[in-house]
Design a protein. Sequence first.
Lengths: 720, 152
Amino acid sequence: MSRRRFLLAAAAIGGGLAVGFRAAPAEAAATAAPAAAATNPFAAYLRIAPDNTVTVLSAHMDMGQGIYHGTATLVAEELGAAWEQMRAEGGWGNPKLYGNLAWGGTMQGTGGSSGTFSSFDRYRQAGAAARMMLVAAAAKAWSVPAAEIKVDKGVVSHASGRKASFGDLAAAAAAMPVPADVTLKASDAWTLIGNETLPRIDSREKSTGRQTFTIDVKLPGLLTAVMIHPPVFGAKVKSFDAAKAKAIKGVVDVVAIHRGVAVVADTMWSALKGREAVTVVWDETGAETRSTAEIMASYRELAAKPGATVAENRGDVDGAFAGAAKVIEARYEFPYLAHAALEPLNAVARRNADGTIEIWGGHQMPDLYQMIAAKVADTTPDKIVLHVMKTGGGFGRRAVFDADVVAEAVAVGRAIGWKAPVKVQWTREDDMRGGRYRPAYVHALKAGLDKDGRIVAWSNRIVGQSIMKGTAFEAMVTNGVDPTSVEGSAHLPYAMPNRRVELTTTDVGVPVLWWRAVGSTHTAYAVETFLDELAAAAGRDPVEFRLDMLQGSPRHAAVLKMAAEKAGWGAPLPAGRFRGVAVAESFGTVVAQVAELTVGKAGAIKVERVVCAVDCGTAVNPDMIRAQIEGGIGFGLGAILKSKLTLDKGRVVEGNFDGYEVLRIEDMPKVEVHILASNAKPTGVGEPGVPPIGPAVANAYAKATGKRIRALPFAQSLNT
Amino acid sequence: MQVLTINGQRRELDVDPDMPLLWAIRDVLELTGTKFGCGQALCGACTVMVDGMPARSCQTSVGDAAGKPIVTIEGVDGKVAQAVQAAWIKLDVPQCGYCQSGQIISAVGLLSQNRKPNDDEIDAAMSGNLCRCATYHRIRGAIHEAARMLEA
């Protein structure tokens, strides 16, 4: 989700679980922008304990992207803390404090690589205000002017020799008047922002097994539930027989809830054994029972016709095609993809004696989940207490409209009369077959070149499902165009006077969702490989060909030049090694990558090296940026080489990492990430490393073999 | 009653011998550093040491592990394990961190057999450990770094 604005509507819609987030007009959102400086930072954004630890309450959950590290850096910079005293955890429960400023500020949520953008001012202001309040508390206690007090590396001191730790002053500081205005440090005074050597805040816990995830939550009497979900999307429970299951040692109960049947037991193993013994009869009326082969065939037919809607139309496209010296066409096919985060989805729920319900989970949209949980539990949102857990990956999968697994945990707790806390834990197969995939797409591209090899006409037809249509995010769909279907295709940075992007949104009963980098996961592949093909047809170098069209897009031109230069573009390569290049902007960050690969005797591709240049504005945590880009490259590379999710008569074929293959270490290239120097406001890096890798590799492969891979994954195209 | 020797301690468990070691470790012994990822020995998140060798605890039964020394991430110790963990922290390998217990156990297994693995040997030894954050580039680097620390 890019710079979108959401408004949280308090009422749930109808009898269903859809809860009203809707896109807000810009003027409404503008009035809701919270002013962090006027908020008491100790009540909202940070906590200082007597042991002198400073815990930042992050508005964004951490699925591994490192936003806790980032928000802690921003606070520590202005607070004057020592890095070693910093901690971070998830804040929630007040959209005024935690609303995502990239989405208009009224709804809390993590996504669209917006965490650093949204936090940059908010958390620096919080740190600066807290520092001023610590100073004020010290000035009062020591009867000295505040101006004479220094704060450095967690120590508050005065020339008289008086000294105090943050922990000593915290209680008094929190009661000081909140400064109306704060002055933030100039960038040349930063010691933590931009620091190359700052150790990641949670590397130790995560290297010693001490990091706690939702799956690890321990509570007295905790039960574990596994779900039996519908075998096809849209089916419903007609009846079930749990007699045999209930006779199995450790099985406590078997209950039907709104999303299927839950087997509740003392351990995961008992629950799994119990599940084997349950028989469920399903009502498949109205369920999606097509196979992916059938779905893709219908998409191909649709791509041959004009699109149902137009996302962009500039110049005289048809006239330009008529006058073109050469017309080139290509069709691309993209499969459904599963997120397959390594921690299968889960949530833990417990009702307390006072009626509050605590829920542990990867709460990616906490306000929404609070409202849904209240509805499922038949209580009010103020009774819902969330514990925002770090998650074992996410990649978009935990930002869901119906709070799926969170709602399941609450529903199961309620169904067993809240007699014990319960953890709903999906298996890998449940996770793989549980829906919410990157939508499958077909792209038909067509371009006209003039006699000098310049692009004079461009047409891109896109066919596939909408992520937002039919959800509470529907208001984001304008004139029938879901922006997530066309981002990275419409409004390209390249100077092309005549261009048209059409979209046909399909009606398929397979639930779809944002998947790391969303629309750009397919649009960038189609656009950037097609451009490479056009460059070849024009007899042009692919870097020069792009640069000619990027004169009005200096950020794109700069990263492309930097990646090309660092990769030694144009310099000879060892025999058998080939280069490809691609550039893509997503979520305001621009990334260029040069991939080098070899092709083995059996046709196997080995990507040896990837050189990447990134413009993400101010680099708050350079090593974290590198880590995210390295990871994005690996995540994207695995998908384009190997991953696809298929349906056979509506049933998901792949269940585990044997059928649904992802990147393993032997396929990971060496990666170099170069960050452009910038003083602009930071943009995100969680997703933007993904889009360029596919086309960069495909373009290198075309250079090596002359073959264009137009249906993903590579493994499928190479075997047919 | 099953008897396991885990992290140097003798533990009695009232479970069936066919229970996967993973669930005995996590749900009964409450040692949660060992993770569940696939249940089919396809991802390596559940890797523990059994008899000095990395093993997928999701496909090892309690009955088969009985009587053999088991070491989980909570109990890894010694020069090799210390070097591996220090290198992991130094290079900031983890992102989400969920797979890293298994990665570290596999890396300890590798360096215990081969004190100076090259990239291909690292890839071969670590191929069974998935990382969806794709920290592989740093995993390789950290294993080399641990090897350097052990040499010093």
